[in-house]
Design a protein around this ligand. Structure first.
Ligand code: GP9
Ligand code: MN
Length: 612
């Protein structure tokens, strides 16, 4: 027993545990470059912390050490979980998001990785070895302050140099974004320096960028094809493009949408989700306001007091009654607060609706659409409705009694199988909505635009990737994961075209304004009308990080370390790699667009514009 205790508290055992812990951590956050250097640096920092605490005079230093050690381990744990879902480690600006995550507990639990829990098992051993070895006498004997202080100085200087990176060294930049301590210290440093000097571009520069990158299109095809009609915009929860028209086990996954798209429809098949950290809320924000989201948190909260002049206001100015409807809590994603500011005159949330049929988080799509009809009938036309579906929310919790697709044995109970069932359910709800609009006599006079908010199936999850790859017949990559459909259905118009110019939620406002024949001032509009534009361009924010973008042909994914070198690119719709180093100019454009959009929001420029 004594011998065993001796082994467990021996410095060698602890050192091995440290190495294993860091190796596991870096494997989970996919550090595949310079791992040895990074692990050695982490160990040096951990040891220094250990020694510093050991030298402390404080009576309760053991307890303080244990608390700090636990908190660091917790941060590592959060990093791995966050990375598993978002391909990114946690930043302090995102910590508040824990609140939104906690509001969707099933999704949160479904993203847990069991291996992450191993990051805590060294805690008791670390504590006992600290108790045994980190005594002042020991440390003074082995590492007298005279020697130790130099180690401390060198290490501190190295960390400062790494974070400041004055010579823009790629190696330093890499270590900086990947090593546990430097990454988080750098994050704090960036946050503080940004809040101290928030303005980077002046208004003149911003306007110049907007002028250059978003020129107004000359030929306006389908201009005003939906003019005077009502407009229903439906944001479809987690709706990806690959399900449209696809056949699964001899059945159509989306028979109602497929039928609808046969006539009077413009279908944009190269449309991408360009959300930031606010998922659904960012999809809405970008769609309604034609501005890019940010990585620091949801725009619906960060910019909740900004002046906005997006689609709801625009429709309102044009005589429409603008309102939103959604089957979940009104306060979620700060909708209740920001919708009036965005220009919505009313918002029907879960609390205002009949909660007669619950699927997953809230009111089922079928019930929500059914309750929409009397609201529309009550209103004076024209109306602009923004409806957000919910039933297809991760982890796709539809009661099996509603399952309508016949699943293959291998897909029963899997994420993929459940996803197909809930997508199919939302499609049925859309079919039901169309029928009810027809019965209410509203269909002929209403344009219906639909698009997905973001993916439902994360290509970074091994099991999902394997199954979707098999289904689509090629490796399931980000070009497919971020590809959401945009469908604009204009009853009686005779339009029918598949438009393959690349676009994203950022382009929705100018695109729909063209269809509805609505003129707007495009000063602070970052997207373009993709019905008429020839060259599409979308910059990404999360999942594919800042610097990543899609053009008509390729998708460019910034390197794991966030630098141009080492990035990858491939042809959209294929797995064919292309030489990423040829796309420096587009990469810079992506950064500039993102920066310009953020400056518009940070400086609340639309407010000045409206006042003047
Ligand atoms: C909740 C819904 C979900 O109201 O919009 O948001 P998500 O979790 O998909 O971002
Ligand atoms: Mn969503």
């Amino acid at each position: 027993m004594k011998k065993l205790k001796g082994i467990f508290t021996s410095p060698y055992f602890i050192a091995v545990l440290y190495v294993l812990k860091m190796t596991l951590y870096y494997a989970l956050i996919e550090v595949r470059n310079m791992e040895t250097v990074i692990i050695v640096l982490s160990l040096a920092i951990w040891s220094t912390i250990f020694i510093c605490f050991g030298r402390m005079k404080h009576k309760r230093k053991r307890f303080v050490f244990l608390t700090v050690y636990f908190l660091f381990s917790l941060l590592m744990f959060s990093d791995t979980m966050y990375y598993n879902y978002y391909n990114q480690t946690v930043s302090i600006r995102q910590l508040w998001q824990a609140k939104s995550v906690a509001a969707v507990p099933n999704s949160f639990i479904a993203t847990l990785i069991p291996a992450s829990f191993l990051l805590f098992i060294d805690l008791p051993f670390a504590y006992f070895s600290f108790k045994k070895y980190a005594t002042k006498e020991n440390l003074q004997k082995w590492l007298p302050w005279k020697k130790f202080k130099y180690v401390l100085y060198v290490l501190t200087a190295l960390i400062i140099a790494m974070i400041a990176n004055p010579f823009h060294s790629d190696a330093f930049a890499r270590v900086n974004t990947m090593e546990f301590f430097t990454n988080h210290v750098n994050d704090v440093y960036q946050t503080v320096s940004e809040s101290l000097s928030p303005v980077d571009m002046d208004e003149k520069e911003i306007l110049q960028v907007l002028d250059e990158v978003t020129p107004a299109p000359k030929i306006a095809r389908y201009d005003g094809v939906g003019a005077g009609k009502n407009l229903i915009v439906i944001q479809l929860e987690a709706f990806q493009n690959f399900v449209l028209g696809a056949s699964y086990n001899g059945q159509e996954i989306t028979p109602n949408l497929n039928a609808l798209m046969k006539k009077d429809t413009l279908y944009y098949d190269h449309y991408f989700s360009n959300i930031g950290k606010g998922n659904t809320a960012d999809a809405e924000f970008s769609t309604l306001n034609s501005l890019y989201p940010v990585i620091d948190g949801e725009c619906y909260r960060l910019y909740q007091d900004n002046t906005l002049i997006g689609l709801p206001w625009l429709m309102r100015y044009n005589g429409y009654y603008s309102f939103a409807i959604h089957g979940y809590k009104g306060e979620f994603w700060n909708r209740e607060y920001i919708y009036p500011k965005e220009g919505f005159q009313d918002f029907y949330s879960m609390e205002d609706l009949n909660q007669d049929d619950i699927v997953g988080l809230g009111i089922s799509d079928k019930s929500m659409f059914h309750q929409l009809i009397p609201i529309l009938q009550k209103q004076k036309e024209p109306f602009f409705t923004f409806a957000i579906t919910l039933s297809n929310h991760h982890p796709f919790m539809l009661d099996e009694k509603y399952y309508d697709l016949k699943l293959l044995e291998e897909d029963k109970g899997t994420t993929f199988g459940k996803y197909l069932e809930t997508v199919h359910y939302t499609d049925e709800a859309i079919g039901q909505l169309i029928d009810e609009l027809k019965s209410a006599g509203l269909y002929d006079n209403t344009v219906i635009a639909m698009y997905g908010d973001h993916h439902g199936l994360n290509c970074g999850m091994e099991e999902v990737n394997y199954r979707v790859s098999d289904f689509i017949g090629r490796i399931y990559d980000y070009d497919e994961m971020l590809n959401i459909p945009l469908i604009i259905h204009v009853p009686g118009s005779g339009v029918k075209e598949t438009i393959s110019t690349t676009g994203g939620q950022i382009d929705f406002l100018p695109t729909i304004a063209n269809i509805m024949g609505i003129k707007y001032d495009n000063t602070f509009v970052m997207g373009q009308d993709i019905t008429n534009a020839k060259q599409g361009f979308v910059a990404f924010t999360s999942y594919l990080f800042e610097g990543s973008f899609a053009t008509n042909d390729i998708l460019f994914q910034i390197s794991r370390e966030g630098i141009f070198e080492g990035s990858r690119a491939w042809k959209i719709g294929t797995n064919i790699p292309v030489d990423a180093s040829l796309y420096k100019e587009d990469y810079e454009k992506a950064l500039l667009l993102k920066k310009t959009s953020k400056e518009i929001l940070d400086q609340n420029l639309i407010a000045d514009f409206v006042t003047h």
